[in-house]
Design a protein. Structure first.
Length: 96
């Protein structure tokens, strides 16, 4: 979630984000949407079968890939962006 700088209701938007990041609320959000928030305390409130699947599980956090948007938009020597190159490789692999 994002709070826009200078938005018309930033204070309440920040309060909403704080509320959604409470452990029990975050666990409910994760169960309902499949998207875990950053609060690792929510693990106490998640069903045991879901815990191995979420990125906030410490065993999974070390395996997460950090998106590097700057690298993705960089232009390669062939004139394509890295994102285009990856997409082409993915599609080539998928069609084999």
């Amino acid at each position: 979630m994002t709070v826009l700088k200078g938005g018309p209701n930033t204070t309440n938007a920040q309060k909403l984000i704080a509320f959604l990041n409470r452990a029990q609320i975050a666990a409910g959000w994760t169960q309902g949407t499949g998207y875990p928030g950053p609060n690792t305390n929510q693990l106490k409130y998640l069903p045991t079968e879901l815990i191995p699947q979420v990125n906030v599980n410490p065993q999974n956090a070390a395996k997460c890939i950090i998106d590097d948007a700057n690298w993705l938009i960089e232009t390669r020597p062939d004139g394509k962006t890295n994102a285009d190159h990856i997409q082409e490789r993915w599609l080539s692999w998928r069609t084999q």
